[in-house]
Structures are given as C-alpha cells and as structure tokens.
Design a protein around this ligand. Structure first.
Ligand SMILES: *Cc1c(COP(=O)(O)O)cnc(C)c1O
Length: 375
C-alpha cells in the first residue's frame, strides 16, 4: 500500500460528527429555535450531568480551558507574588495564566516515564511563598495525586488539577478507591476545545469542586465578579459556556466512556504492533491511573524524529510534536534551572494519530509505515 485510502487525520472530528449527527443536529437546532444563546437551560443541564459523571458536587461552565485555570486562581484569592508550582512539560496555558495574574510560575520536572509532574521535585521547590500546585494530567493520565495531595496537606497548599487532557480517566488510590481525574484536588479545571477527549464545536471549559463556597466564588468571578446583577464586589471576567456548546457537550458526554474505550483500543493496537521495536518507548501507563489517551506519545531513542516524520508524511500519515520547546526556554517564561527530562522529551517525543473513528485497515497502514520509518 502506498497511500492510505482515506485521509488520515490526527483527530477525526468529521467522522465522529457524522456518527452522532442526528442527535447533535437536533440539540443544536433546539438552541437556535429557542434563541437562548446565553444561559439557556442546556448549560445547567450539562453542568449537572457532568457533575454526576464526575461524582462531584459543583460544575461551572466557562469559555475555555485557559479561563478555567485563571478563574480558579482568582477565586482562590491568589495574590501578586504568590508562587504556583507546575510542570515544566505542559501546554503553555498552564504557566500563562499564572504569569498573567502576576503570580510566579515555578516550573518543576516531570517523570521520564509518565511525563507527569514529579512529586519529589514539587517538594524541593516549595518556599514560604508557595500557595498552590497545578498538576497537569498530561496526554490522558493522572499525575501522582496521592503524593501531591500529601505534600499539599503538609504545606497547606491549594491543588488545581489541569484536567484538560484527561477528562474521564480514573485515579486509583493505594487502597483501591477510585476517583475521576480532576476531582481529587481543591478544584479541577478542564477544556472542551474541539480536539480534546470531550470536545465541543468551538471553545468551552469548566471547573469542578466539592467546596460550595469556592463554587459560588468561581461562578461570581466568571460572571464579572457579580453575585447579584449589577452589584460588583470584586473584579471578575466574562467567561461563559455558550448554550450551543453546552448542547453539543450534553450529547457527547453520554459517549465519553465509549470515546475513551475507542482511544484505548487504538493505543493497545499500536503498543502491540511496536512491541519488538527497541529504539522507542511506547506510552508508559501509570499504576495509579487509567489512561484515556488524549495523545499516543512515543519517545524516540535515537534522535531520528525529523526523518521519521518526513517518511510518515510522504505516506500521508500526520504526526505531531507535543511539545517542541520547553516552557523554561520560551522567551516569555525563561526560567533558571535544569530540566534535563523535559528537554529530552521536547527533543524526542512524537505523537501518532489517535481518535475515536479508526478502522483496523488504517491502523495497520500507520503501524506498518511507522515501523518502516523508524528502522
Ligand atoms: C488545551 C489545554 C488547556 C487550555 O484549554 P483551552 O480550552 O484551549 O483554553 C490547558 N491546559 C492543557 C494541559 C491543555 O491541554
């Protein structure tokens, strides 16, 4: 086979839409007919359904995942100069909002196997100014929350889980208890960017917490700092989840576990196809988390990433680099310190296409060509 029969995409939103078209079209038409584009009943319905799915008390929709992180930090009352610890290997949004609020982002290393924040590095970075930890559940699995929560309790810190990539994953405590990713810390934040595991048809985000007072505060911050209309006790932002997006999300939430199962099946297929390859590390699955495979990210061990990408591209197979430049080397976030694991990852990670609509034939095509490209 020289080229794939169908176009291969990193994420196939079109095929997923076609599969759910009737339900999604009907849900969207209902919103358009009602013209309640802002604060329509679908927003409350989705918030309630997501809270039930996560087994948590409060869900607050907002405009996007970046806003959700910002709203959490504002509602927690973090003040200029406060230090917030987060992972050095993550999407920029996490550090961006910390800096935007004039807090100090303190970057710490990640685990070379799971790529999530290293708890021992957190402990070492704590100072009297540290106020919060923002673990990122990268690529679809949870950071080591049990260790992180112990550190947070010991030092009296807030924990804001950046759950943009792992919604639906389960964290498994040592005693066997399971909790949904994003529901373990003080607050969970997530994104419904179209390509996320639970993606809407534009921008969207949400916050979740069990703390009623904090939930009220977050709602207030997200709504111009007002609890009562036209009464502004604090400076807030305008960050709403649109009714149309909530309607789409309410349909797709019912399929979230199915989406995860389909992604895991793709990951399992790749894992077994690549079993004999010695020059790559396939995704390491953490012992204390399920993996919902927002990304299927390999670590290439012999520095041939560009070459491999070109060979794949010639066959019509896309691949992506999440993330090519470490945060500490970005002009806006230059940080002193050594981050050898993060630098190694930025040089050598490669993400292959993964989504909910693959057929066996296409996966065979990708795997065969990846094996040829890497040899
Ligand atoms: C996508 C993402 C965000 C930001 O979400 P937006 O909805 O794009 O603002 C934040 N953190 C991580 C880890 C993400 O992957």
């Amino acid at each position: 086979m020289n080229k794939a029969v169908k176009e291969i995409r990193m994420v196939d939103l079109k095929l997923q839409y076609l599969r759910l078209k009737n339900e999604i079209d009907a849900a969207m038409a209902e919103v358009v007919n009602s013209t309640q584009f802002i604060k329509g009943p679908q927003v409350k319905s989705f918030e309630n359904n997501l809270a039930a799915y996560l087994s948590c008390n409060h869900v607050i929709g907002c405009a996007n995942g970046t806003d959700s992180l910002q709203i959490a930090m504002m509602a927690l009352g973090l003040k200029e100069g406060d230090e917030v610890i987060t992972a050095s290997f993550t999407y920029v949004a996490t550090a961006e909002v910390i800096a935007l609020l004039k807090l100090k982002p303190v970057l710490v290393e990640v685990n070379p196997d799971t790529f999530t924040i290293d708890p021992s590095a957190i402990e070492a970075a704590i100072t009297p100014k540290t106020k919060a930890i923002v673990p990122v559940h990268l690529f679809g699995q949870c950071a080591d929350m049990e260790a992180i929560m112990k550190i947070a309790a010991k030092h009296n810190l807030y924990v804001i889980e950046d759950n943009a990539q792992a919604i639906g994953a389960d964290y498994i405590f040592t005693d066997g208890e399971k909790k949904k990713s994003g529901t373990i810390g003080t607050v969970g934040s997530t994104s419904f960017f179209p390509s996320k595991n639970l993606g809407c048809y534009g921008d969207g985000g949400a916050l979740n917490t069990d703390d009623e007072a904090l939930a009220g505060k977050m709602r207030m911050v997200a709504n111009h700092g007002q609890r009562v209309q036209y009464v502004h006790d604090e400076i807030g932002v305008n960050s709403r989840l649109d009714t149309l997006q909530a309607a789409v999300l309410d349909v797709k939430l019912k399929y979230l576990n199915d989406f995860a199962a389909r992604r895991i099946a793709v990951a399992d297929f790749y894992d077994s196809a690549f079993l004999d390859l010695k020059n790559i590390q396939t995704p390491v699955r953490a012992k204390n988390s399920t993996h919902v495979f927002h990304q299927y990210t390999l670590l290439l061990k012999d520095g041939k990433r560009d070459e491999v990408r070109k060979k794949l591209e010639a066959k019509g197979i896309p691949s992506m680099i999440y993330y090519p430049i470490p945060l500490h080397k970005q002009k806006a976030y230059k940080t002193e310190g050594n981050f050898p694991v993060t630098e190694e990852l930025c040089k050598n990670v490669l993400s292959l296409p993964i989504h909910t609509e693959f057929e066996k034939e296409e996966l065979n095509f990708i795997a065969e060509n990846f094996i040829l490209a890497i040899q």
